[in-house]
Design a protein around this ligand. Structure first.
Ligand SMILES: Nc1nc2c(ncn2[C@@H]2O[C@H](COP(=O)(O)OP(=O)(O)OP(=O)(O)O)[C@@H](O)[C@H]2O)c(=O)[nH]1
Ligand SMILES: [Mg+2]
Ligand SMILES: [Zn+2]
Length: 327
């Protein structure tokens, strides 16, 4: 490595500029080295959580030369992006999927989040927030636990402190966590609680989270005193699946296990002979509703993956044909 070359963590992405941090230099800004990223696409564009190689520049933007291989990578389908994919975070050890103990609570939405995050190889915990606003919050916890037997579900309140030590115990020094969930569920409030100070803006006057106003506007990594890192993410209105088939199989494990026992590998579980899924429904071990949800999400994932592949190849061609940018 050159004397000014360092390995840095991407702590935020602002359009074409990246906020970085490393032990030696603290926090600084960088831009991508065009010849390494734009034309031959040797390296994926960095996202929050990535480790990158970087030539440190004291007096201006440093130069990012390489994205290092990722441990985990969470992305969703995004029709607005040229490649149809939007990165949520990289190298995340633990995803906390937040939902509040009010009308935001929705099992179907949780299934989506779990499928997307598990596809990206991250460990997931579901967190029901704002326990203090709902006297029946404990019932929601039981509903979620029954629905998600393979997932840890916590009930917390940033108002009373309930359950927060459980969250902290899942965020050891050196680990990276991310908080995901709809706008207003209390992601930034929880970050502030853990940090013990106001690192993120929260919407202090909003009483109900149905308004869809987004307080957090970009992904930001925060460093906690114990050495853990957490990424706060703007609330997401919808989480479209992208290449999520494996994540779905893990999330709908019961269906997937029976599916593996069907006589035909391309069984649609409608009326084929030897269908283990239908047999399980008849025995009452699986509901028709769960099967429908699983099938519809699998169809969505397949369709989006196809759209994504088309968009990526179109985008590559456009890049190859575009005049070289000097940087
Ligand atoms: N009663 C109660 N209110 C909470 C709790 N946690 C957060 N809130 C309130 O919920 C509102 C939204 O909180 P935020 O932390 O801004 O939510 P967010 O998930 O970061 O929202 P976006 O940044 O828009 O995605 C604020 O008014 C908080 O004070 C809680 O545990 N109990
Ligand atoms: Mg926020
Ligand atoms: Zn079948």
């Amino acid at each position: 490595m050159n004397s000014n070359e360092s390995i840095a963590r991407i702590i935020a992405v602002h359009k074409e500029r990246y906020a970085l941090r490393d032990e030696e230099h603290g926090e600084y800004y960088g831009k991508l080295k065009a010849s390494h990223f734009y034309h031959n696409s040797r390296f994926p564009y960095p996202v929050t959580g990535d480790l990158v190689k970087c030539q440190y520049v004291e007096t201006g933007d440093s130069v990012i030369t390489e994205t290092l291989p990722r441990k985990t990578y969470i992305q969703r389908f995004d029709a607005w992006s040229a490649s149809n994919a939007q990165a949520i975070a990289a190298n995340v050890d633990e995803v906390f999927i937040l939902t509040s103990a009010n009308h935001d609570f929705n099992l179907k939405r949780l299934h989506r989040y779990l499928a997307v995050c598990r596809q990206g190889k991250a460990q997931c915990t579901v967190v029901i927030t704002k326990a203090d606003v709902n006297p029946f919050a404990e019932d929601l916890l039981q509903v979620a636990k029954a629905d998600l037997p393979d997932t840890d579900v916590l009930l917390i309140s940033a108002m009373t402190g309930q359950g927060i030590d459980e969250i902290e115990s899942r965020m050891p020094a050196g680990s990276i966590s991310v908080f995901l969930g709809s706008s207003g569920v209390g992601k930034s409030t929880l970050v502030n609680y853990l940090a013990g100070r106001e690192v993120m803006d929260v919407n202090g006057i909003r009483e109900d989270d149905s308004k869809g106003r987004h307080t957090t506007t970009h992904r930001q990594m925060i460093f906690l005193d114990n050495g853990a890192m957490v990424i706060d993410v703007p609330g997401m209105r919808e989480l479209a699946l992208l290449d999520a088939e494996e994540g779905l199989q893990q999330t709908f494990k019961t269906v997937a296990d029976f599916e593996g026992q069907c006589r035909f590998s391309d069984c649609t579980h409608e009326n084929e002979p030897g269908c283990a899924v239908r047999a399980a429904i008849e025995r009452g071990e699986l509901t028709e509703k769960t099967l429908r949800e699983y099938k519809s999400l699998q169809t969505e994932a397949k369709r989006k993956r196809r759209d994504w592949a088309i968009a990526v190849s179109k985008h590559r061609k456009e890049l190859q044909n575009s005049p070289k940018r000097k940087r």
